[in-house]
Design a protein around this ligand. Sequence first.
Ligand SMILES: Nc1nc2c(ncn2[C@@H]2O[C@H](COP(=O)(O)OP(=O)(O)O)[C@@H](O)[C@H]2O)c(=O)[nH]1
Ligand SMILES: [Mg+2]
Length: 320
Amino acid sequence: MLISDTEKILKKEKRSVARAITGIEAGLPGSTELLDELFKHTGKAYKVGITGPPGAGKSTLTLQLIKWLRENDKTVAVIAVDPTSPFTGGALLGDRVRMTEVGNLDGVFIRSMATRGSLGGLSRKAVDASDVLDAAGYDIIIYETVGVGQSELDIAKAADTTIVVLVPESGDSIQAMKAGLMEIADFYVLNKSDRPGAEQAVAAIKTMLKFREHKATDRVPAVIKTIAHENKGIDETCKEIFKHKEFLETTGELQKKREIRAHNRLREIVETEILNELWNSGGSELLMKNLSEVVGKSLAPHRLAEQIVSRYKEHLRNGG
Ligand SMILES: Nc1nc2c(ncn2[C@@H]2O[C@H](COP(=O)(O)OP(=O)(O)O)[C@@H](O)[C@H]2O)c(=O)[nH]1
Ligand SMILES: [Mg+2]
């Protein structure tokens, strides 16, 4: 039994799309079969990652991008992975009402995914969910993530264009560099540029970019100033997305990027399968049974690990 109706998803029926994503998130049986069916309808959506520190204005910016895209006849789906995001409920009531309103618009789908408990598999689930949205025919898929952990970085890397959002507060760009955000940005948005220090912050980001290792032929990422809640800089931001898209298409980089992603995705699926089987076919039991010996120093960790792996190999020899 499939977890949702393929035909209805292909017709962009929001309830069926939502049900499919819920099933994927929960890992329900039948979700991979649904993804199999949808797969041949994917590959058309363009994916945009929006990442940066909490409170930088990512959700506000996303809302404005949605409006711009709808005015330009593009349908948009958002996957928000952010515990503090208005999309996921950490915000003021007013913000949540706005999100719901926008999410109810025709040609717009907004979905949050929980970070609680499942960080490891989150990027895989977000990518699976985006396959549903892609098959449903959304032109643009936006991933909003807080740029803090590895898992969030992985999601940002699943995008065709990644935007890093920073604010004028001093040291923000240094923090971003430490968090690995500088390597993944295709361009920068300096939001809250109504605040003091905006010019200095732009200069700091540009200096940082100069010192970054790069080939002479590399594209230098743009730095765009925005005031998201006043809709300032949104037009420029959207145009930069499409400029970057064109750059990727004409240079063949888009194809390369997608090949790398397909490769990584395959590895991740296989590795997850193997790990699940290893732990579920007696590995967990063996670990728990002998853990006290390791703690009590009578069994070395490498020896217990060897036993667990041997047992898994034996399980495979016996036909899995
Ligand atoms: N001053 C100022 N405030 C902004 C701007 N953009 C967003 N905000 C406010 O900053 C707060 C955090 O925004 P939000 O979009 O939730 O940030 P997120 O955590 O990055 O998604 C909200 O109260 C917004 O209204 C801006 O350009 N200037
Ligand atoms: Mg947010």
